[in-house]
Structure formats: C-alpha cells, structure tokens
Design a binder for this molecule. Structure first.
Ligand code: ADP
Ligand code: ZN
Length: 531
C-alpha cells in the first residue's frame, strides 16, 4: 500500500516534500502548480502569506529549463536566492546591484542550463541584450510577481511592467504565471489584458484573513494611543508601526523606547547598513517593534508578526490590505490597528494635489483615497467591506472580529448637524468670498472667539455658535464622515472645505444623513485576553 501511494505521488508533490520539506500543498497551490507544470498560463490572486512563491518555484523545478522570475523587489533578490540555495535549489539573479563579473557568472550558469530559477528586475526585460540572453537558454516558465504593477489604474503602477507583454510574443510555448496579492476586479482584468494572457486560467484565493482583527480608531494623541494599545494588548510582541514620514518613524521609535518598548526606525533615508541591521533584528528577535515607512515589509516573511499599526492613513485600500496582511501569517490571532483623523485626509489631499503626475493620475489617487476613507468611516463590518472592495463575497455580513462588529457603532441622524456645517461653508463663500479649513469652521460652529475668528469678524456671521450641542471632537467626526460620504471636499494647499455636487441635496433637506458615533474600544479580545 505504502509503495503504491508513494509511486502515485506526482513529481510536484515529491518536490514539495524533498526540496521544501512541506507535508501538503496549501489552498490553491496544487491546482496552480499542476496547471503550470502541464504548460498552461495562470493568473494567481492570493493574499500576502498565501504561499505564492511555491506556485512558480515548483513548476520551475519540475519542468526542464530555467524558471525566469520577474520581480520589482531588487533589494530582496539576494535574500530570496540565498534562501533557495540553502534548500539546494540552483538560483541566481541579475540586477543593477551586481558588478559585471557577478552578472557574467550568472549568465554563464543560465546558458549552461545550471539554473533552476533566475530572478530579473522588470527593467532588464526592456534591454535587447537581456532578451537575447534569454533566447539563447532554455526557459521552463515565466513568473511575473507583483503583477498588479502592470495596471495603470492600480495603486502601484510601474511602466516597466508594460514591456512584459513581449514574453508571450517571443516565447509562445513557455507557460506564464502572473501573481499578485492585491487586485480588485478592474486590476485583475487589466493584468490579464496588458500581459496578453487571454487564455490563462484564473486562481483566486479568498482574501479573508480571519485571524486578523481590524480596528480603526479616531486619532487624538496618536503616540499615546499607540502606546496604550501596545501595553494593553501586545506587550512583548513583534509588530510593525507604519508612519507616513521618515521623521515621524524616528520620533515614534524614540518615544516607544523611552516608554519601555524595544523599537527601531526603518526608512529609505537610513544608510544601508542601519537598514540591514534593523531588518535582521526584526527577523531574528522575538519582541522588536519596527517603526517604518512603507519602504519596509515588502516580501519580508516573518510569520509571527502579532500586530500592524498605522499612525497615518494609507493611500489606498490596496496598500492598507497589503500592509496589514503582514500580520499573522502563522494564522494566530493578530491585530491591524489604525489611528486616523481629519488631518490625515487634509494631508493626503494636499499630497495628491501638489504631487506629480497628470490630471488622470490625480483623479485616480483621489479615488483610491476616497475608498480608504469610506472604509474608515463605515458603520458596517470592516472585513465585509474589504472583501467587497476586492470583489469577493463576504461569508457573513458581520465577521465578529473587527471593531464595528465587536462594538457596533451607534448611528444617529446627523442631517441637521450636516446642514449646519455645510451652511457655514456656504455662508463664508457667499457672504465673504472665503474658504476655510475644518478648524475655523468648527470654531465658528462652536461660537469660539478665537484670535482668528475675531480677525475675520466671523463672530458676526449668523451661523456663529449654532453648533454648541456637539463637542469639537464630534464636529471633526462629522467633517470626516461628510468627506467619506462625498458630501464635502478638501481642497488646495490649506485644506479648505468646499461643497460637492451632492451637498445640495442635504442643504435642500432632500436627504437624510446617518452618521456614526465615535466608536469606543472593543470590550474584550477572545484570544489575547486570556494571556
Ligand atoms: P506570499 O508570496 O504569497 O506572500 P510566500 O510564498 O512567501 O507567500 O509564503 C508564505 C509562507 O508560507 C512562507 O513562510 C512559506 O514557506 C510558507 N508556505 C508556503 N506554502 C506552504 C505549504 N504548502 N506548507 C507549509 N508552508 C508553506
Ligand atoms: Zn466585522
């Protein structure tokens, strides 16, 4: 019996055991591997940590020739190749970090058929010399990693990826496998079309990460909020804290250290030695917190990251999902925690409007931000929202493991509040020809005679003091939610508030506005609470 099952084992399964030392394939892996080994094209959508690498590594080992892997993550190639070599896989890479001799050696190995896997940066494939090199060797499979980079409407477009359609044209007989962890339906279709893979079979794993608890809290004093989150729920745990600016990663890391939490900063402005040291510590140590810009984490595979915290708003839901996805790859309970405030929205809008790129690019960036905002302000299950965003059907309407499920936010009829706020914006514009940011608008509503209110005679406006029933924090919540609902917009360098096309329906009393009350912290955590 034993002999029969063993001999019935496919070459792919043997490779899984023998080379990688794993018992069984996970999820869609086996189906993908079988399809590609048989020579078919595949588009694979799998969340971070889902095990995409094996999907092309095993076909590369099973099929004759070298598997060519296109990856934008140049900084990780050395590590990936080292890890494969440690398993006895003959792997190499060609990128701009190498000197001439190193490249020559790898090229010779490839041509001699001595490589199982060859990693290349996408820009390499724009060079004729690379295409000629590839034409002189034997290729088993092309793997296109981070395939969403080909999508112009995605959040991470890289023009070099557009040139990859050449692979299908020049090597029609070599199977191609495109892989990504982030794809909405639109991006998914764009990948298929731009890479020219109309006949590819699609493998879409569930994007649900049930062990990750999603929480988004209003930002008040972010460093302090982070500290109590860490002390109360993740003392001694490994985690990543994301900040937008290099400066704030350093300040936050210092602050955590001063308060008894081992933390190091990580951003592209640190010298290579420091970065490598901090990354190595993160991988090796049990309780280190890395405070990083998004430069950190891509391709880093640490299974026991217990939390990912955001102190600033990510630019897109794709980014948020990718970053939070670095938590809990081992399947154990983990937390995705974020503090988010009005200032984030103002700041991001400014970055978009003042940034590079054409009008279409800015519109896209704004749409990505709007989707992120809507996720922050939803009163519904965050997981259900996320899955719906990625075009997947949530299993239930309420997951029971996100803040809105654990402590359902109360909602209230905010129509009158919205009208008050919007009419203040209107008055300033019509009567004074002025635009102001949220701070001044809220001061006017609360009837505060601040220096700036006096300076502009805003205490003379008929709307002065008409909003005293709400607190400042509540008013800021109203502003955020009106932004998220598209009833208000932030504009320009100063983050001034302006009306949208839909604002009129609120002012004209044709529309009710439901708002959520600021949610409190969930009462308990089933898993961590026991510790
Ligand atoms: P992705 O590229 O999708 O983020 P990886 O390919 O890096 O994911 O895999 C994530 C982790 O899961 C790695 O540590 C990998 O070794 C492990 N892994 C992948 N497939 C299996 C499997 N079939 N059995 C056990 N562990 C696996
Ligand atoms: Zn939920």
């Amino acid at each position: 019996m034993v002999d029969v099952t063993e001999s019935a084992e496919s070459e792919a399964q043997q490779t899984l055991h023998r080379v990688f030392g794993y018992e069984t394939f996970r999820g869609e892996q086996e189906a993908v591997v079988d399809h590609v080994v048989a020579g078919g094209d595949a588009v694979v959508l799998m969340p971070t940590g889902g095990g995409k690498s094996l999907c092309y590594q095993i076909p590369a080992l099973v099929r004759p020739g070298t598997g060519v892997v296109v990856s934008p993550l140049i900084a990780l190639m050395q590590d990936q190749v080292d890890a494969l070599r440690a398993l006895g896989v003959r792997a190499g890479f060609i990128n701009s970090t190498q000197d001439f001799d190193e490249r020559r050696v790898t090229e010779a190995e490839f041509l001699a058929g001595e490589l199982d896997l060859l990693y290349l940066a996408p820009e390499r494939l724009r060079l004729d010399s690379t295409l000629q090199l590839l034409a002189r060797g034997k290729i088993s499979v092309f793997a296109i990693d981070e395939a969403h980079c080909v999508a112009q409407w995605g959040h991470d477009f890289r023009p070099d990826y557009l040139a990859l359609s050449v692979l299908g044209e020049r090597w029609p007989d070599v199977p191609r496998i495109a892989l990504t962890a982030t794809a909405t339906n639109a991006t998914h279709q764009e990948i298929t079309q731009r890479l020219g893979m109309p006949d590819a079979k699609h493998f879409v794993a569930s994007f649900d990460r049930p062990n990750i608890q999603y929480r988004i809290v209003p930002k008040a004093d972010p460093k302090k909020q982070l500290l109590s989150f860490l002390k109360e729920e993740h003392a001694g745990d490994v985690g990543i804290v994301y900040c937008l600016s290099r400066n704030s990663t350093e300040k936050t890391a210092e602050y955590l250290c001063r308060n008894g939490i081992e933390a190091v900063p990580y951003h592209a402005g640190l010298d290579a030695g420091t970065r490598a040291r901090h990354q190595a510590r993160f991988l090796r140590e049990d309780g280190l917190v890395v405070v990083a810009t998004i430069a950190f984490g891509m391709g880093i595979d640490k299974p026991d990251v217990r939390f990912v915290a955001h102190l600033d708003l990510p630019k897109s839901v794709e980014g948020y999902y990718q970053e939070t996805g670095r938590a809990g790859r081992d399947g154990l309970p983990s937390t995705a925690w974020m503090a988010y405030g009005l200032q984030d929205v103002v700041q991001q809008r400014k970055l978009i409007q003042g940034g590079e790129g054409d009008e279409a690019f800015r519109r896209r960036a704004a749409a990505h931000l709007d989707a992120m905002l809507a996720l922050c302000e939803t009163a519904d299950c965050r997981r259900a929202r996320l899955l719906t965003y990625f075009g997947q059907e949530p299993q239930t309407a309420a997951c029971g493991n996100c803040d809105t499920c654990l402590t359902p936010p109360e909602t209230w009829d905010g129509t009158v509040a919205a009208q008050k706020l919007l009419s203040t914006v209107v008055r300033l514009k019509r009567e004074r020809g002025q635009k102001f940011g949220a701070g001044q608008i809220v001061d006017i509503l609360l009837g505060r005679k601040t220096a700036k209110v006096i300076q502009f005679d805003h205490d003379q406006l008929s709307v002065f003091g008409i909003g005293e029933e709400l607190s400042e924090a509540e008013w800021r919540g109203v502003v955020r939610q009106l932004l998220a609902q598209g009833l208000l917009e932030v504009e320009g360098e100063y983050g001034t508030l302006v009306l949208t096309e839909d604002s009129g329906s609120v002012l004209g009393r044709e529309r009710e506005v439901r708002l959520r009350k600021e949610a409190a912290k969930p009462a308990s955590r089933s898993s961590k609470g026991e510790r």
